[in-house]
Design a protein. Structure first.
Ligand code: AMP
Ligand code: MG
Length: 404
């Protein structure tokens, strides 16, 4: 048996990004950039006005109030080539328009009084004021986005500004999902006595998709060697394989044996965590194989704690573990010693602190408590009792938690 932390470390040191591809900016949000992006040119490309107003020569504006004749008009999108300011004159200019030759300051519209062809400056002018200078934002040749950065709207805006339509990102791994068990029927079939719907495949596919990876549904392996062989071989063609059930010590628990027969190298079986104790992890060549327990609550929690970080790392993300925060217990909690316990909790925010209550019956068979959980508490292995008012470590559960 490995500890909870050891299991995470073994998994994370066994996986790495699966490769890169180029995607269009419209499809790039949330992806991780695989190379430093080097600015092909200065941004902005030319000095331009930061305000609607008048481009002036600073030397003409030494004493205020000062009258200047308006001798040209430059809206955004016009080329300032050839437009130049004569002595004692000003050029009407709109935000974003290039600064005409000879001008070295912009006077905002609201700091002037205007009559037919003249303006009066009311305020003293500072050289360079309200000008966005060439290269002031980004200089040509610098890495304006570093490899490993997540692409958000700001990154997309900057890439688009440089005219870059295709960006190199880490590939999304394909993740085969295989359920095992003679009791399973597929969604759409009414289960008879002793049968249950293969719900794990669907929640695993959803959880895989939430990480950004691509789920591949392999179906059900029946509890005989041949069926396991056939389905595991199919699943091993993907970048990652996740199996559910058949990994405990029961007579019909074939997953580990058949994986071993196929040449997979098991890195651990059994973890000091509850739920999720029977979890196994293997490498088939370099393909990670997660064998998760079949009980739906255990399957979802082991996915969250062990598989999710691995899938994120494979897509180039740097921070792959959910950040833990402290929450104050509003109810007491008991647990067994020697194992980390993952408790399903609800949270309330008061006076700048998080307060935790149990999301319900913590038995692993109770699916309802998983539905009601907003967060998971990670209860340390040594302790057996947590009193009201004790601080516990917790992390949010679910990608849309801030909308709940
Ligand atoms: P096992 O690990 O095969 O003993 O399965 C543990 C428990 O999980 C049993 O109650 C199974 O019926 C249940 N189970 C196994 N596979 C699935 C599945 N794909 N969907 C829902 N429940 C499952
Ligand atoms: Mg089974």
């Amino acid at each position: 048996m490995v500890s909870f932390d050891e299991a995470i470390n073994i998994i994370l040191s066994s996986v790495s990004p699966v490769g890169t591809e180029r995607v269009h900016l419209l499809d790039a949000t949330g992806r991780v950039i695989a190379e430093d992006m080097i600015a092909p040119r200065d941004m902005p490309l030319w000095d331009n006005s930061a305000m609607d107003g008048y481009a002036v020569k600073f030397a003409d504006c030494d004493i205020v109030p000062r009258m200047l004749r308006v001798n040209a008009f430059l809206p955004a999108g016009t080329n300032a080539g050839g437009v130049c300011v004569e002595q004692g004159c000003a050029i009407r200019i709109m935000t974003g328009a290039p600064i005409p030759d000879g001008c070295d300051a912009i006077v905002p519209l609201e700091e002037t009084d205007k009559n037919d062809h003249e303006i009066a400056l009311r305020e003293p002018v500072v050289k360079g004021q309200h000008i966005r200078f060439k290269g002031e934002d980004v200089h040509a040749g610098i890495a304006f986005i570093q490899a490993g950065s997540i692409i958000r709207p700001p990154e997309i805006n900057m890439l688009a500004s440089f005219g870059i339509a295709l960006v190199p990102v880490y590939r999304r791994p394909s993740v085969a999902i295989l359920s095992t068990g003679d009791e399973l029927v597929e969604l759409g079939t009414t289960p008879g006595v002793g049968e249950i719907v293969n719900s794990n495949t669907l929640s695993l596919a959803a959880a895989v998709r939430e990480t950004g990876a691509v789920p591949l549904v392999i179906g059900i392996a029946r509890d005989v060697r041949e069926s396991h062989l056939e389905k595991l071989l199919e699943g091993l063609k993907a970048d990652v394989l996740i199996t559910s059930a058949g990994v405990s010590a029961g007579d019909r628990d074939l997953v580990r044996d058949v994986l071993a027969e196929l040449g997979s190298r098991q890195l651990f079986w059994k973890v000091g965590v509850k739920p999720g104790g029977p979890t196994a992890f293997a490498l088939h060549g370099s393909t990670p194989v997660f064998s998760l327990p079949g009980n739906p609550v255990s399957t979802m929690i082991t996915f969250e704690e062990f598989v999710r970080p691995a899938l994120l790392k494979m897509q180039g993300y740097r921070r792959v573990l959910r950040p833990l925060f402290k929450a104050i217990l509003r109810e007491e909690l008991h647990k067994k010693p020697g194992k980390v316990q993952i408790a399903r909790i609800r949270l309330e925010r008061e006076d700048g602190r998080w307060y935790a209550t149990s999301a319900g019956n913590q038995q692993t068979a109770i699916l309802r408590t998983m539905v009601d959980a907003e967060a998971l508490a990670v209860l340390s292995l040594e302790k057996t009792y947590f009193a009201i008012g004790d601080e516990i470590d917790a992390h949010f559960y679910g990608n849309h938690i801030d909308q709940m």
